[in-house]
Ligand binder design. Structure first.
Ligand SMILES: Cc1cc2nc3c(=O)[nH]c(=O)nc-3n(C[C@H](O)[C@H](O)[C@H](O)COP(=O)(O)O)c2cc1C
Length: 206
């Protein structure tokens, strides 16, 4: 049975445009995979804490040396990682806030990047340990950035996912959402058409 993990990071929770696009995709995916499991994590409502020196110290400590507080931190991180590793398909709702990803999503990334657990350094460079996943990203923006140097979000998310072993990543964009209702309608329409294309394609049914 397939498992999908949906990570929403809009500060508007389920009302965010990125969440709505991700929800549309997930509904169609579910229809194509009856009986599949869908886990949803709303990073605005259920925030992952900031990574602090104490929390990072817990990651670095040897398991047998961890204090109860450090063990609680690594147990929490392990649970996020196990949830991620259990998924075949991962769906990210990705708003642009102040030229970058939401800090809620960054905090999540900071808790799933664990040496020896999700990546490891080898003599030939870093190797990601989270393999065999397909990721769909639903990116929403007030302005227009795709294909310009200001779109650091796309390369950052691709680089991060690649670092932990995930290379099959597909982006759907809805840009120009702050340029008035006509622009928002047109660009959300294009994103929804792209979702329609993705969810009727053979790769989705596979
Ligand atoms: C705090 C904040 C910061 C934003 N910063 C940007 C930005 O830097 N560039 C941009 O194009 N749009 C920006 N926007 C607009 C959002 O990207 C846009 O509203 C998008 O729909 C947000 O996704 P969401 O609806 O899923 O939350 C910002 C919106 C908010 C609330």
């Amino acid at each position: 049975m397939k498992t999908l993990l949906q990570l929403n990071s809009s500060l508007n929770a389920n009302g965010g445009q990125s969440s709505l696009l991700a929800n549309s995709f997930v509904a169609a995916w579910q229809a194509a995979h009856p009986g599949a499991a869908v886990n949803t994590r709303n990073l605005a409502a259920d925030a992952v804490p900031h990574l602090t020196a104490e929390r990072f110290g817990a990651f670095l400590a040897k398991p047998e040396d961890r204090t109860p507080e450090q063990k609680a931190v690594t147990d929490y991180s392990d649970a996020l990682i196990n949830e991620l590793k259990a998924a075949d398909v991962i769906v990210l709702g990705l708003p642009m806030y102040n030229f970058g990803i939401p800090s809620q999503l960054k905090a999540y990334f900071d808790h799933i990047a664990r040496a020896g657990v999700t990546f490891q350094y080898t003599a030939t460079g870093p190797v990601g340990l989270v393999t065999g996943k397909k990721v769909y990203v639903f990116a929403t923006r007030g302005g227009f950035y795709v294909g310009t140097p200001a779109d650091t979000e796309t390369s950052y998310v691709r680089d991060f996912l690649k670092f932990i072993g995930i290379t099959d990543v597909e982006f759907v964009y809805a840009e120009g959402l702050a340029y008035g209702p006509d622009s928002a309608k047109e660009n959300l329409g294009k994103a929804n058409a792209e979702i329609e294309r993705l969810t009727t394609s053979e790769q989705l049914a596979a």
